[in-house]
Design a protein around this ligand. Structure first.
Ligand SMILES: Cc1ncc(COP(=O)(O)O)c(C=O)c1O
Length: 450
C-alpha cells in the first residue's frame, strides 16, 4: 500500500502521503526496538524470523490499522451482520442498504433454499465427516453435480468444498513443470495460486486482450507440453466480460485447454443466468473446464468444475483438494441445488438483476463517477484513486445507511483503489437511486468539490 501510494501525489491525496510517513515512522521505531538478535551456533537469527508478531509484514498491517485510527477512520472490514444479507442487512441493530454480498439473485435467505438445507441436515447430518472416496456418497451431492453438468452442457461435474480451493487444486493438479499457463492479468488469486502450485510456466496477458494472447501462444505454446488459457466469465474487480468466442478460437488454433471461472457470471449472464456460455450461445464442448463457485448465486459454500467425463473422474480420484478434503456438507449441497432450481424456474430474477445493474451503471455515469471497465454486470466499481479516500468514502456511506466495502492495494493498484458494489435482484430502484446520489455527494465532499 505504501509504495504504490507514490503514484498519486497531488493535493487530494495528501492523506495518503501522511499515512505513508506515519507507517514508515512506526516501522522504523519498531525496527529499532527489535534490533536484538539471538545466536544459535554461527547463524544470527533475527527476532522477526521466529516471532510472528515481529514479522515485518505483520507489523506493516498493524501500522496501517494504527494509521487509520489516527486519521479518525473506522476499519471498514469484518462488520458484523445480524440478519440475512441481501438488498439490505442489519449491522448493530440498524438496517443498511447492502452492496457487500454476492447474493446476486437473493437466494441465500430464500425460504425454499433454507428449508432444503434444514431437510438435508435432518436426513444426513451437518457433515459427511470425511473425503467422499472414504465416507461414501450422499444422493444430494451427485444430484447437484448432475444438475450443474446439465446446465453447462457437459458430461459431468465435480463439487469441491471451496471455490478458491477448486481453482488451486484443479489447476495445480492438472498442469505441471513441462506445461504453460496463460492467464488474464486480472485473474483471481485462486487461479494464480493454482498456477504457482502447478510449477508450469506462467504467462499473464493484458486484460481481455486476445490479440496479444494469440501472439504469446504463437511464441511460447510450442515449447511446452500442455497449455492452459484461463479467463473469467465476469471479472471480479471490474465487472467486465471477455470476448469468449475469440478465446475459444485461440484454444482451437493453438491446441490449448480453456478454463473459465464463472464465479461472477453464473446467475448474472445469459437469459436464464446460465452464465457466459449462454450469453455467447456457445456449446459445453467449446471449453475444457467450466469452473464456478457455490458461494455467490448458488447461496452456499463450495466450487465446481463441469467438464468431460474422463477429467472429472480423474479429479475425483486424484485431485488433492478433493481426495484429501471432506466432501461438501449435505446442507451446503442441498442449498445450492435448491438455489439452482429456483434460478431455472424464475428467470425473472436474472432479468431484474440485469435491470438493476444497468440502472446503477447509468446513474453512476450520469454523475460522472469513474466506473472503470464495468460492463453492466452485477459488479460495479467506483474508482476513487487512493486508499484513504476510499475508506473515508466507505465510512461516510455507512453513516448514511449504505454498506459497501473498499478494495485497496494489493487487490488493485493504489491508483485503482475503489468501492465495489455488488448489485442483487433484491435491490429496489429507489435504493439504487439513493445510493448513487449519496456516493456522488460524499465523494465530491471528500474531494472538496461539494
Ligand atoms: C473469480 C473468483 N474465483 C474464485 C473465487 C473463490 O470462490 P469462493 O469465495 O467461493 O471460495 C472468487 C471469490 O470471490 C472469485 O471472485
Amino acid at each position: 500500500m505504501a509504495d504504490e501510494a507514490s503514484a498519486h501525489e497531488d493535493a487530494p491525496n495528501k492523506p495518503v502521503q501522511q499515512k505513508r510517513e506515519l507507517v514508515k515512522e512506526i516501522l522504523r521505531k519498531r525496527a529499532q526496538q527489535n534490533a536484538s538478535v539471538v545466536k544459535p551456533g554461527k547463524r544470527v537469527i533475527d527476532e522477526s524470523a521466529h516471532k510472528f508478531a515481529l514479522d515485518p509484514a505483520v507489523q506493516a498491517l498493524r501500522a496501517q490499522h494504527e494509521a487509520l485510527a489516527r486519521h479518525g477512520l473506522q476499519n471498514p472490514y469484518f462488520l458484523v451482520n445480524e440478519s440475512i444479507a441481501r438488498g439490505v442487512t442489519t449491522i448493530k441493530g440498524r438496517e443498511f442498504i447492502n452492496f457487500a454480498n454476492y447474493n446476486y439473485l437473493g437466494l441465500s435467505g430464500e425460504a425454499t433454499v433454507s428449508q432444503a438445507a434444514k431437510d438435508a441436515i435432518d436426513q444426513y447430518g451437518t457433515s459427511v465427516s470425511a473425503s467422499r472416496i472414504a465416507s461414501g456418497e450422499r444422493p444430494v451431492q451427485a444430484k447437484l453435480e448432475r444438475a450443474l453438468a446439465e446446465m453447462m452442457d457437459v458430461e459431468d461435474c465435480i463439487v469441491f468444498v471451496s471455490g478458491h480451493a477448486t481453482n488451486v487444486t484443479t489447476i495445480g493438479h492438472l498442469f505441471g513443470h513441462s506445461d504453460v499457463i496463460f492467464h488474464d492479468e486480472l485473474a483471481h488469486n485462486s487461479a494464480i495460486q493454482g498456477a504457482l502450485l502447478s510449477g508450469a510456466k506462467r504467462i499473464p496477458f493484458p486484460h481481455n486482450d486476445w490479440r496479444t494472447l494469440d501472439r504469446l501462444l504463437g511464441d511460447f505454446r510450442g515449447d511446452h507440453h500442455k497449455a492452459l488459457i484461463f479467463v473469467e466469465g465476469v471479472y471480479s474487480m471490474d465487472g467486465d466480460v471477455p470476448e469468449l468466442p475469440r478465446f475459444v478460437e485461440l484454444r482451437n488454433k493453438h491446441r490449448a485447454f480453456l478454463m473459465i471461472d464463472e464465479a461472477h457470471s453464473l446467475g448474472v449472464l445469459g437469459e436464464r443466468g446460465y452464465g457466459i456460455r449462454e450469453h455467447f450461445g456457445l456449446k459445453g464442448s467449446d471449453a475444457d473446464l467450466w469452473m464456478g463457485t457455490l458461494s455467490k448465486t448458488l447461496a452456499s459454500c463450495g466450487g465446481y468444475v463441469a467438464a468431460g467425463r474422463e477429467v472429472v473422474e480423474y479429479l475425483k480420484y486424484s485431485a488433492p483438494g478433493f481426495l484429501y478434503s471432506v466432501g461438501i456438507s449435505p446442507p451446503n449441497a442441498a442449498a445450492s441445488l435448491a438455489a439452482l432450481e429456483i434460478m431455472q424456474d424464475e428467470p425473472q430474477r436474472v432479468t431484474t438483476l440485469r435491470a438493476r445493474s444497468k440502472l446503477f451503471l447509468d446513474l453512476a455515469r450520469q454523475k460522472k463517477l469513474d466506473t472503470g471497465h464495468s460492463g453492466g454486470t452485477a459488479v460495479i466499481p467506483v474508482i476513487v484513486g487512493d486508499s484513504m479516500m476510499s475508506i473515508a468514502l466507505s465510512n461516510a456511506l455507512l453513516a448514511r445507511g449504505i454498506n459497501v466495502q473498499p478494495v485497496l492495494y494489493p487487490a488493485v493498484s493504489e491508483k485503482a483503489s475503489r468501492l465495489r458494489f455488488f448489485v442483487t435482484s433484491a435491490h429496489t430502484e429507489e435504493q439504487i437511486h439513493q445510493t448513487v446520489a449519496a456516493v456522488a455527494g460524499e465523494l465530491a465532499r471528500l474531494r472538496g468539490n461539494a
